[in-house]
Design a protein around this ligand. Structure first.
Ligand SMILES: C[S@@+](CC[C@H](N)C(=O)[O-])C[C@H]1O[C@@H](n2cnc3c(N)ncnc32)[C@H](O)[C@@H]1O
Length: 193
């Protein structure tokens, strides 16, 4: 009898990120969402960290902070999340503890102002600071988009930076849908050893 696959395994970067979150964020984990946007990743993180964990969420746009707060409130999870209306390059002004899981979903706010977007300078500064506070066995995920102005430069700066971090301290994996048209996003996954 032929075996019929019910689920696809490699679907898109969003599904891969969510799978990695589900498998690695546990009750009591401390997580960091560096680009909360409409709050979808923050909501899943808030659920997974449980009552004993905590999520920090950054965004430069007040509308993103509000959308995320409203979504969390709908699910009664707002008390697990500290939302910060500031750039993620200033993480160290707000987070004074080690964290287990860090996620960046770069670019602009879906359905929002497309001119307000992440940029290579603050993204690299932020990733550097994030790696300093990541716990051993912790994961940092970065989804980069190359279809908008500045996106390719940002992705190249990230890839260049992550290509040279010490392999005795970090594993770095790149997920790239190399046979797709229309510039699919690229996912970088860093594990601190
Ligand atoms: C692609 S969206 C994030 C989507 C989000 N992960 C979700 O689940 O809805 C990118 C977000 O990054 C934010 N952003 C841009 N530059 C930023 C910065 N320097 N620090 C923090 N957030 C920033 C934008 O305002 C936007 O809301």
């Amino acid at each position: 009898m032929a075996f019929k696959m019910k689920y696809k395994i490699i679907v898109n970067t969003i599904k891969i990120v969510r799978k990695l979150m589900n498998e690695n964020v546990r009750n009591g984990s401390i997580a960091l969402d560096c680009t909360v946007g409409n709050g979808n990743d923050t909501l899943l993180l808030a659920d997974l960290v449980g009552e004993n964990g905590k999520v920090y969420g950054f965004d430069i746009q007040q509308i993103a902070i509000k959308n995320t707060y409203d979504l969390l409130q709908e699910h009664s999870l707002e008390n697990r999340v500290k939302l910060i209306n500031d750039s993620h390059e200033y993480i160290d002004n707000y987070v004074n503890e080690k964290v287990d899981f860090i996620v960046y979903n770069l670019g602009y706010l879906p359905k929002g102002n497309k001119t307000i977007k992440t940029n290579k300078k603050s993204t690299i500064l932020s990733i550097k600071k994030s790696l300093e506070i990541l716990n051993g066995n912790g994961l940092l995920l970065v989804t980069a988009y190359i279809g908008h102005a500045g996106g390719l430069e940002e992705k190249e700066a990230i890839e260049n930076y992550l290509s040279y971090i010490n392999q005795k301290e970090y594993n770095v994996l790149k997920f790239d849908f190399i046979n797709q048209i229309n510039s699919p996003p690229i996912l970088y996954c860093v594990e601190k050893l």
